[in-house]
Every structure is written in C-alpha cells, then in structure tokens.
Design a protein around this ligand. Structure first.
Ligand code: BG6
Ligand code: MG
Length: 215
C-alpha cells in the first residue's frame, strides 16, 4: 500500500520514545501506595488519555470515591514521580531508527508534527533532543478534550496548514487511532493496543516501515 499524504502527525509517548514505560512505573507506584490493583492491561487503557482520565481509570479499582482536591493531589504526585524518570532521558532515547526515518520523510517533502495528549511534551522533546525539529507541535497544554477526541490532531493539522485528509497519524494507543479516524485522518498503528484495535487503517511492524507507505 502507498499513501498520498502531505503530512505525518506522530504521537509522542510510546511512538517517538518509550515514555510509556515511565508512565507505567509512576502509576504503578501510586497504585501500590493506595493499595489499588494495577497491571499492564489496565496500563494499556491509559495510553493516549489525559492524566486525570488515567487517574479515574486507576481509581475504579479503589472501591471508594475521591474529592476533586484529593484527585488533583494524586495526579500531581504521579506527575512528580514521572518527571523524575523523564529527567534521566537523553537524546539516546530517540532511537536511531526514529531519527533516520524522520529525516528521510522530511527529505521526501512531508510536513512533520507531534500530536500528544501530554502536558509534558515540550519537556520530553527537549530531553530527547527533538525540540525545534517538528514543523508543528500540538500537546496537552493546548487542548480541552484528549484522545479519543480528535482535537489535538486537528490542531496539529491546522498549525501545519494542511487538511485532515492529507495527514497520516502514527499511534500506539487505541484511543489515538480512534481520534485520528474521528478527525478524518489515516490511522497507522504501531505498538501498544493500537495494533489490532480494529479501527486502524494499517498496522506497522516497525517505525521504519513508514518509508514504504509514504513514497
Ligand atoms: C499521553 C500518554 O501521551 O499523555 C498517556 O499516552 C498520558 O498515558 C497522557 O496520560 C498525559 O500525559 P501527561 O504527561 O500530561 O501526564
Ligand atoms: Mg502514545
């Protein structure tokens, strides 16, 4: 299959770099402290969704309700632990395969953007040495509805000045695949629960495989 696209919008966490493992560790620590069961399967439901929505999913297992203020404190506690893990990241955390593929897509004339639900996206891009690389970045600090709502991807397309149908989206989250489809974009699934979720247009076996789909 060959796609006719002008732009590629990349999810960040779990696609451009493996911060998904740090999200998991940080949530696992919080869940452990609260005595709430948490595993990889529950973690998969957190991919692509906002911090607060993730916390709500984790607290489903708590058997009690939390006030807004308590939830804000818990989300802040998780974010602090997560940011400590992010501080250990470096440009080595953006794989050579990722860098080379991005460079090759750019050389082919594609516009490249990030579309992430994360409010830490700017910090992560800085840590992995990709700040300033993309033609546009749309992240969790600029949206009110996180994936599966298409808001972040539509914002990225608007910033690039391209129509949604001219964009391909690369996602590791089922929620992100759903968002791309809802936004009228072509959804490419890589890793996570995106592959095989049933809503994707194509399952990628590797990041590099983008070069086969996008001539
Ligand atoms: C997404 C992650 O990219 O960002 C989710 O896949 C995460 O797991 C969400 O909850 C929000 O991230 P942050 O950094 O704002 O807590
Ligand atoms: Mg992701």
């Amino acid at each position: 299959m060959k796609l006719e696209k002008k732009a590629v919008i990349f999810d960040l966490d779990g696609v451009l770099c493996h911060t998904d493992q740090f999200h998991y560790q940080a949530w696992k620590g919080l869940a452990g402290r609260l005595g709430v069961y948490f595993d990889e399967e529950i973690n998969n439901r957190l991919r692509g969704v906002s911090r607060m929505a993730s916390l709500d999913i984790i607290l489903e297992g708590s058997g009690r309700s939390y006030t807004r203020a308590e939830k804000e404190a818990l989300a802040a506690e998780k974010n602090e632990a997560y940011r400590e893990l992010l501080k250990g990241m470096s440009p080595a955390d953006a794989a050579a395969e990722v860098r080379e593929t991005l460079e090759a897509l750019r050389a082919r004339g594609y516009l490249l953007a990030v579309g992430s639900s994360s409010r830490n996206a700017g910090f992560i891009l800085e840590r992995i040495g990709l700040e300033g690389f993309f033609d546009a970045v749309a992240d969790g600090t600029e949206i009110t509805r996180s994936k599966p709502d298409p808001e972040v991807f539509l914002l990225a397309a608007r910033k690039l000045g391209v129509r949604p149908e001219d964009c391909a989206v690369v996602e590791d989250a089922g929620a992100g695949i759903e968002a791309a489809g809802a936004g009228g974009m072509t959804a490419l699934a890589l890793f996570g629960d995106a592959r095989g979720c049933g809503l994707e247009d194509y399952d990628l076996n590797s990041f590099r495989e983008l070069l086969e789909l996008l001539p």
